[in-house]
Design a protein. Structure first.
Length: 221
């Protein structure tokens, strides 16, 4: 899928882009400083993710324009504004759904699946990480020699985030947003969470990239 993302908070937009790109999609990110309606008209997109608080351009007229030119393409609103009247108006104009910030990236995935059950091109749900470890993307479960491993909710989310970004560096900001939906989490809390995961793993998958972040590396790298 080719997805147009309109989001003014760079760190949040980066997390969304990384999440969807890891699942095989092309993400075009814009912020409120551009005339995004002109870009919408000039390109071919499969889905729109729009922050209705990004700029004054994102209003009733712009939504009408998108629906007019692309009536069958889903529009999902991303909004920190919990005013139901605004959300109801947007839905009446033709938006398909909305997500209230903050939200977990997994929730975004589930919303997208509502529109097309085949949009995530993962051929198999089972990822081989080493001769002993496998990971099931459907259940977000880690297995050691075929036996499911037990983690807390935050540890499970952290490992899922690493699976979406295997062999890529994740900054502390990205981890904070993925696990807590908040970029203001203290570094000590992030380091503590990573340490707990490392202690439960029987192999050394998580690398500390000093001053940058962390990286999950499979045993064959």
């Amino acid at each position: 899928m080719k997805i147009l993302l309109l989001e003014n908070t760079y760190s949040f937009a980066n997390s969304i882009s990384n999440f969807l790109t890891a699942l095989g999609h092309e993400v075009i990110h814009l912020d409120g400083r551009v005339n995004f309606v002109d870009i919408v008209r000039s390109g071919t997109f499969d889905l729109f993710l729009l922050d209705i608080n990004t700029s004054t351009q994102v209003g009733a007229d712009s939504i009408k324009d998108i629906v007019k030119f692309f009536p069958t393409i889903p529009i999902i609103l991303l909004s920190a504004n919990h005013d139901m009247e605004i959300i109801e108006t947007a839905l009446d104009l033709g938006c398909s759904d909305y997500l209230k910030k903050p939200f977990e990236l997994k929730e975004l995935e589930l919303r997208l699946r509502r529109f097309n059950t085949n949009i995530f091109p993962i051929k198999s749900s089972l990822i081989t990480l080493s001769p002993n470890y496998t990971y099931d993307t459907n259940s977000c479960s880690l297995f050691y020699q075929g036996k499911i491993q037990i983690f807390t909710k935050k540890e499970t989310i952290l490992i899922a985030s690493f699976m979406l970004n295997r062999n890529k560096i994740m900054s502390e900001e990205q981890i904070a947003l993925s696990v807590w939906n908040d970029t203001r989490i203290e570094s000590t809390a992030i380091r503590s969470l990573v340490t707990r995961c490392r202690q439960k793993l029987k192999e050394d998958f998580i690398q500390n990239i000093r001053g940058i972040g962390y990286r999950w590396v499979d045993s064959d790298h």
